[in-house]
Design a binder for this molecule. Sequence first.
Ligand code: AMP
Length: 283
Amino acid sequence: MTALCVVGTAAELAAVHASRSVFFVPTMGALHVGHLALVHHARRLADAADGIVCVSIFVNPLQFGPTEDLAVYPRTLDADLAALDQLADTCFVPSSTAEIYPEGQEIFIHAPELGAQLCGASRPGFFSGVLTVINKLFALVRPHTAVFGRKDFQQLVLIRKMVRQLHLPVLIDDCATIREADGLACSSRNSLLEPAKRPQAVVLYAALQTAATAIAQQTAAVTACAAASQLLSEAGFEVDYVECRTKDNLLPWPSTAAKKFVVLGAAKLGSVRLIDNVADAVT
Ligand code: AMP
């Protein structure tokens, strides 16, 4: 293992990567143990294939709405680079927004209908912004495999769809959600939670688990999701949605075709929007 090589331009990155197989973890930084689990996974894949691990750190302005938290999104670059040293081989930290958006942006990846549902319903343009930047990063990094977290389940489903439908030459792999000791999903945004509200944050995961268990025991999904929303409201959350969908492609549940479901939720605690999901429940 060699020291981390930090590069700011795609040209430098291409020179450093040469023709090696790249195992890629795109992030927006403020790295936590959830991100690092993806990097460890990429490391194992890379070591087995004589490849290298690349992590990108870029807070993508295109996926933030005008009233969202771009300005206050946590940025901890020095700590991020220290955490990646001896673990990843390269870290792509675009030297400016223009490195990713040299002409502004006129051409976008248009997210399908699913991109306007769940998180997309309250964040118009969010998934187009995500898919557009992931597409660019794939073009710049040229990974053999890219690793994503199931924490952002809808994002993962849409990225897989994009890769299939655009025939992108990259394999997509995913990792389970890493949680804090009480069950709260690790997130860069957790650091923005008011300390007094932090103990309540775990109610999101608890409510989704309760709903998933009830649905697995034949409670109607709408009833179970409404109960979860109620629990969240009582705990002081402003609920965005709690929904049950098919696990494969996030179609409405119940489904005659699919056997597995996922319960997804998003809710604000104070000014911080948290998302989570409980999957792998089998009917
Ligand atoms: P972000 O920096 O939020 O864009 O996330 C970068 C990647 O890390 C995405 O693939 C996320 O799904 C993944 N990720 C974020 N939080 C977690 C977590 N708690 N467990 C596993 N993966 C995560």
